[in-house]
Design a protein around this ligand. Structure first.
Ligand SMILES: [Zn+2]
Ligand SMILES: [Zn+2]
Length: 440
């Protein structure tokens, strides 16, 4: 007796997000889970990234999520906000102070030198897609664990690489079809010309400090460039009149910046020169840039040249340039511009079983189908035929393969067209062929 098949229920999947239930523990503060629906965005971004890095010849790199905290203190800089307020430090049992990496650049540079690759690959082009950590007050769009995609070109001071780094960011975001992408770019000069500029800047700000915010007063002595970075309302009027880095660049830096802009023009990348752009990290020199979406109040990413970082970390002299983008921010921009994520991978075939013998036999059938490159979904935890078929329906499967005790005994399987409800018995040895034929 063939098994009786009930009509499949036409219950559609619930539209709204399932409500969270109570559990004794929650995600750590400021951190978030990445659920399958999130990965549809994440994977789309990764796909775009992989396409662009292939064009540009970047190779993937990954470093440990923890490093000796001093690499960031010295590299990223003691006066940077990241190190002062946002570093996630961990003391090991051995008493070492480690930091969950707040950014990738110092670690990538360390790996490049430590592995000896700096002797054989110069310039080297690396990319990453990695989790990072910052201990900050969770707020909109800011997380304690987040992902960045980024690029580093190590071992060259050529302006063409600054332009290529900017282009890699621009094109990765463009690959996602995000609209109104804008690049802001500036040059903050080299050690020599910056010293002259900073002197001028301090002279300018000296008698204005009493009217400025607390942070700016601190910046004045610790990292005067960042006076230009202040977002406080009361500091804004002073920024507008402040001396501009570009007016103080030495001949070499001026030439370098001019080339960067010429190369950007050549690649048809739209940019604005923003003289207040300095970036928050201590190690930048010459080119700094940020990538925005017009109308969004946060940058998707940014970067710059860091020709002194290697030496600062006790390494060889090495010019370099890099950039990073916040993946969560890109996702947010995609959602705002209604850019769809990847479509959920649909399994067109659903395997339904009845009874223990059939369940066991199903496994070898599944393996055969997998070997033929056919993805099959099942619900081995559900014993009832009705609930399995309901699930096949919810998954919008096109075919259900139904195996009962009788079928096992006769070496056949029932192939059911989920749309029309018609079904027929097919010899097991022909099932791969039959499924392939029907899916075509
Ligand atoms: Zn210079
Ligand atoms: Zn201020």
């Amino acid at each position: 007796m063939p098994i009786k098949i009930p009509r499949a229920h036409k219950k559609s999947a619930p539209k709204s997000k399932p409500k969270g239930r109570k559990f004794a523990f929650q995600t750590p503060k400021g951190m978030h889970d990445m659920l399958p629906a999130d990965f549809l965005f994440f994977d789309k971004i990764e796909k775009a990234l992989k396409k662009i890095v292939c064009y540009y010849g970047f190779e993937r790199i990954e470093t440990p999520i923890m490093e000796d905290a001093r690499i960031f203190e010295r590299g990223t800089g003691m006066t940077s906000e990241i190190v002062q307020k946002q570093m996630f430090t961990v003391k090991t049992r051995g008493g070492e102070v480690m930091a969950l990496r707040p950014e990738m650049t110092p670690g990538v540079l360390r790996a490049y030198v430590e592995s000896g690759l700096s002797h054989v690959m110069s310039p080297a082009k690396f990319y990453y897609l990695s989790p990072l950590f910052r201990y900050e007050q969770p707020q909109h769009g800011r997380f304690r664990q987040f992902y960045q995609l980024g690029f580093e070109i190590l071992g060259s001071d050529e302006a063409v690489y600054d332009a290529q780094t900017i282009s890699a960011v621009y094109r990765t975001i463009g690959e996602l079809k995000l609209k109104n992408i804008m690049v802001r770019v500036n040059s903050i000069g080299c050690k020599t010309c910056r010293a002259t500029y900073v002197k001028k800047l301090k002279e300018y700000y000296k008698n204005k400090l009493s009217k400025m915010c607390k942070d700016c007063n601190k910046r004045y002595s610790e990292n005067p460039l960042r006076l230009l970075d202040c977002k406080e309302e009361k500091c804004q009027p002073f920024k507008a009149q402040a001396p501009q880095t570009l007016d103080y660049l030495c001949t070499a830096c001026k030439h370098h910046f001019k080339l960067v802009l010429e190369y950007l023009d050549e690649m048809k990348i739209p940019y604005l020169i923003d003289s207040t752009l300095v970036r928050g990290l201590d190690y930048y020199s010459r080119t700094v840039f940020e990538v925005f979406i017009e109308g969004l109040d946060f940058a998707l990413g940014g970067g710059g040249r860091y020709d002194y970082l290697s030496e600062t970390l006790g390494g060889p002299r090495m010019a370099a340039v890099g950039a990073a983008c916040g993946v969560e921010r890109i996702v947010e921009a995609m959602k705002l511009q209604q850019i769809p994520s990847l479509v959920k991978n649909k399994n067109r075939v659903f395997l339904v079983y009845m009874g223990d013998q059939a369940k066991k036999k199903s496994l070898s059938i599944l393996e055969n189908l997998y070997d033929a490159g056919i993805c099959v979904k099942e619900a081995f935890s559900k014993d009832s035929l009705k609930s399995q078929l309901r699930m096949a329906d919810r998954e919008k499967a096109e075919l259900a393969l139904i195996l009962g005790q009788q079928e096992v005994f006769e070496d056949v399987i029932i192939v059911r067209d989920m749309q029309s409800g018609t079904q027929e018995s097919v010899p097991l040895r022909k099932i791969v062929e039959e499924v392939k034929r029907r899916l075509r």
